[in-house]
Design a binder for this molecule. Structure first.
Ligand code: HEC
Length: 113
């Protein structure tokens, strides 16, 4: 099942070139932004720099930092899908569809300074 959803995501990422209605095959930036502001903003902050409203330890990652932006698509996806152990970063696999995760990753990757 895990493998299947990763394969699905890979297909979403690589794209088949047949995206409908101008939606980017690898994930839609606008949809990703909307999802981010629904699910992620309270911890990662409006600019992604981790200045959300909650003081966590470890604190929410600065998503604009090179250490995050240099991660592979797979590594980023895994952090969102599975969560980060022993942190406030939970697993989103029950909340978000694979497609929504793809939109979010596109948005997160657009946060590179
Ligand atoms: C309840 C607070 C919280 C929410 C909500 C949250 N995060 Fe996080 N996130 C964290 C924390 C804390 C870390 C840092 C974990 C660490 O460094 O150990 C983190 C880390 C990350 C990382 C970096 C993981 C890595 O591999 O280093 C990414 C990417 C990320 N979050 C994306 C998201 C996305 C996308 C959402 C919305 C779907 C989201 N987060 C929602 C708290 C949160």
């Amino acid at each position: 099942m895990k493998r299947l959803s990763f394969l699905f995501l890979l297909i979403v990422f690589l794209g088949s070139g047949s995206s409908s209605e101008g939606e980017a095959a690898q994930g839609d930036l606008k949809k990703g932004k909307a999802l981010y502001f629904t699910h992620c903003v309270e911890c990662h902050g409006p600019d992604g720099q981790g200045h959300g409203s909650w003081p966590f330890s470890p604190s929410p990652a600065d998503l604009t930092a090179p250490s995050i932006q240099e991660k592979s698509d797979y590594a980023l996806w895994k952090s969102v899908h599975e969560g980060v152990p022993n942190s406030a970063m939970g697993s989103w696999k029950w909340v978000l569809s694979d497609r929504e995760e793809a939109h979010l990753l596109t948005y997160v990757q657009s946060l590179a300074p």
